[in-house]
Structure formats: C-alpha cells, structure tokens
Design a protein around this ligand. Structure first.
Ligand SMILES: [Zn+2]
Length: 163
C-alpha cells in the first residue's frame, strides 16, 4: 500500500459515515507533518448548507487546528474530485497538494470540467494526484445513488397502490 492509498482509506471511512447518514458519500482528510489534522464528510442535507462539502469542512478544521488560514504544508485527500467551490477554497488556503479518488466529469474542477488547481493565472497552484483507490471511492457513490433510485421506485409503487 502506498502512502496515498493509506491516507485515502481514512477519507473513505469519512465517506462511509456520510453514506450511513443518507448524505452523498464523500469524505476528506487533511494531513500535516504526517499527521491527520482534519477529518470531515459531506453534511449538505443535515446542515441544509450548500457549502457543507467534505473538503470545505476539512479546510476549516485544519485552519483552526494550525491557527492559520495558510495550509501551506498540508495535503488534502478527498474521495471525489473537488467541485468549483472546494477547488476555490483549496487555492485560497494555499494547499500545495491534492489527492483525489474518483473523477467527477459533471462537476470536477481539478482537471475534468475545469482545472482551477493548475490555473496559471492564479497566484497559487496545487499539484494533483488523481485516481487513488478510484474504484472504492466511485463504488461508494454508485451504490448510494443506486439505493436512492431503488427507494424512489419502491416509494412510487407504494403511492400507486394507495391511489
Ligand atoms: Zn465541493
């Protein structure tokens, strides 16, 4: 197991916590000096907060932990490619390295849809390592949405029976 895989497993554990709560299973951790200083998962539904993404919460935790908005010696691990907002937060917090699992062709801004982390016109760029434990990260999401679709079907057929 590589170091990246080792740490991604902790992000996956966070994603599983989100899934168990009915949240889209996305998890993130931040590593500083070989130590995990932030662990978070998606909380958008529970918080009813559009900014409550795993990476965003983890960045806030890490800044509080270090006592600085500059997360210059940190690595962010996240199970899904960061969105536009989280990529923005990564640039703003000066995180130098991002490692993600599954790509997000519909919303990923770390190389898929856009590449905000490598945008030369910003004064900060983060190196990106993609595809770490990609299958595990992606399967969590696929299974979650499959269950959601099945539940909708069951609900709909219950509605039809009642009407
Ligand atoms: Zn996000």
């Amino acid at each position: 197991m590589t170091t990246d895989e080792y740490y991604m497993n902790f992000a996956i554990t966070e994603a599983e916590k989100a899934g168990a709560m009915g949240e889209v299973p996305i998890g993130a951790i931040i590593v500083y000096n070989d130590e995990i200083i932030a662990r978070a998962h998606n909380l958008r539904e529970q918080a009813q907060m559009p900014t409550a993404h795993a990476e965003h919460i983890a960045i806030e935790q890490a800044a509080a932990q270090i006592g600085s908005w500059r997360l210059e010696d940190c690595t962010l691990y996240v199970t899904l490619e960061p969105c536009v907002m989280c990529s923005g937060a990564i640039v703003m917090s000066r995180i130098p390295r991002v490692v993600y699992g599954a790509s997000d062709p519909k919303g990923g801004c770390a190389g898929s849809l856009m590449d905000l982390l490598q945008e030369a016109r910003f004064n900060h760029r983060a190196s990106v390592t993609a595809g770490i434990l990609e299958e595990q990260c992606g399967t969590l999401l696929k299974q979650f949405f499959k269950q959601l679709r099945n539940k909708k079907k069951i609900d709909q057929s219950a509605d039809n029976t009642n009407s």
